[in-house]
Design a protein around this ligand. Structure first.
Ligand code: HEM
Ligand SMILES: *[C@@H]1O[C@H](CO)[C@@H](O)[C@H](O)[C@H]1NC(C)=O
Ligand SMILES: *[C@@H]1O[C@H](CO)[C@@H](O)[C@H](O)[C@H]1NC(C)=O
Ligand SMILES: *[C@@H]1O[C@H](CO)[C@@H](O)[C@H](O)[C@H]1NC(C)=O
Length: 361
């Protein structure tokens, strides 16, 4: 009996939302009209309309509370959106892309991409129509909030809004511009230079691999004697064994347990916090791990091919001075978030997963 009425309530709520989603925007004071959907939003923001940036912050913070991994996913998402034809929400699309075909999500270099449900949740909880954010803006703001949260407030960079959503989303276009983990240093440098990012920015942004996870296929080349780039032998052995049980590994060896770290010969250097509370925190420990040659991806290791140049210099600086990394990472993320969208047409997408209409091209 209780179950039934709860279900009935949920059903009427769904119908209410579906009804209002189909209504044209009403400008006056941002009210879309009465109804359950609106009331629901009011309740969560304490009885008054919520600034859209606060909505993003609230939902991202909640999501991270449930699973820290979501924060890492959102940070990767902005890179993978903005790198491909600029920040246009193209990475979110499931259906109706301009020109048809497979969308970016199906690109090989987008393996493991996540956080889409958080983006959808934000879009569905934004208040009045004139305060709507584009899907592209949501991706940018969500990454900002995730970075702020995972860095414990240490990385706090400004981002604007006003982006519009693109209509193109192509898997092959994404694979053509997103760097695979097997790139060498020259390829990484060229890839970043093509977007206007220098070596120091490449090194700063690679520090995002301080958090999050990777599938075995993303680092299998490092464990295979035919293809391996130099890797600490004790780390390689520990990883090769552990991956049999855990095919998804944290990017940062800091986040492994002590038994693994010891087996892998990881040295807990001054400034590195390996306590449970510090797991998944964005700090400069990526550089400690990389300079100990204990990182997952070839692309991370490759930065060591420039030890006497800009990359090595930046890694040493960021390892020595966490503040310096916070600043440079924030600056590079702000710049990434400004990559200008390019495409045949732009719209404010209603559902971040679906291009609004297919018949306007
Ligand atoms: C420099 C070139 C880069 C390469 C080759 C690269 C490659 C990869 C690969 C292969 C994964 C693992 C995917 C998987 O197996 O699930 C990954 C994860 C990740 N990357 Fe990168 N990446 C690069 C730069 C960046 C940048 C610039 C950012 C953000 C600023 C970033 C943020 C992340 C994050 C946060 C994860 C973990 C995602 C999660 O746990 O859901 N990466 N990257
Ligand atoms: C990050 O999110 C967690 C979980 O929701 C929350 O407890 C914490 O206060 C947040 N930290 C910052 C700096 O916003
Ligand atoms: C190692 O890499 C080589 C060359 O790509 C490949 O032919 C071989 O199958 C790989 N070995 C394993 C065990 O995956
Ligand atoms: C998207 O919405 C914004 C804000 O309401 C508006 O200024 C802009 O013209 C819209 N863009 C398109 C392409 O519809």
């Amino acid at each position: 009996m209780v179950k039934l009425s709860a279900r009935a309530l949920a059903l009427s709520l769904c119908l209410g939302l579906a009804f209002f989603a189909g209504q044209p925007p009403v400008a006056a004071h941002g009210h879309r009209g009465p109804g359950l959907g609106k009331k629901d939003k009011k309740d969560k923001s304490g009885g008054k309309q919520e600034d859209p940036r606060d909505t993003v912050k609230r939902i991202v913070t909640e999501a991270i509370g449930g699973d820290k991994g979501v924060g890492a996913a959102l940070i990767r998402l902005v890179f993978h959106d903005c790198w491909v034809n600029g920040c246009d929400g193209s990475v979110l699309v499931d259906t109706k892309p301009y020109g048809g075909g497979k969308t970016e999500k199906l690109a090989e270099n987008n393996i493991g991409l996540a956080g889409f449900d958080v983006i959808d949740k934000i879009k569905s909880q934004l208040d009045s129509p004139e305060k709507q954010l584009s899907c592209a803006d949501i991706v940018v703001l969500a990454a900002r909030e995730a970075t702020y949260n995972l860095s414990r407030g240490n990385i706090d960079y400004p981002v604007n809004t006003g982006r519009t959503d693109g209509v193109v989303s192509s898997a092959s276009a994404a694979d053509a511009v997103l760097p695979p983990s097997t790139f060498d240093f020259e390829q990484l440098k060229a890839n970043f230079a093509a977007k206007g990012f220098d070596t120091k920015e490449l090194v700063a942004l690679s520090g995002a691999h301080v958090v999050g996870v990777a599938r075995e296929s993303s680092f299998a080349d490092r464990l295979n004697d035919t293809t391996a780039t130099p890797i600490s032998p004790d780390y390689k052995d520990a990883l090769a064994e552990d991956v049999k049980k855990h095919p998804i590994q944290p990017n940062n060896i800091r986040d492994k347990d002590e038994t693994f770290r010891d087996k892998a010969g990881y040295v807990v250097e001054t400034g590195v916090d390996t306590s449970d509370g510090a797991k998944g925190v964005m700090d400069n420990t990526y550089y400690h791990a990389n300079l100990q040659n204990r990182v997952l991806f070839r692309s991370d290791w490759e930065l060591r091919n420039d030890m006497s140049g800009q990359a090595g210099n930046a890694m040493e600086t960021f390892k020595r001075d966490a503040r310096e990394w916070y600043t440079e990472f924030g600056k590079a993320m702000a710049k990434l978030s400004q990559l200008k969208a390019q495409g045949p047409r732009f719209e404010n997408r209603t559902d971040c997963k679906v291009i609004n209409t297919n018949n306007k091209y």
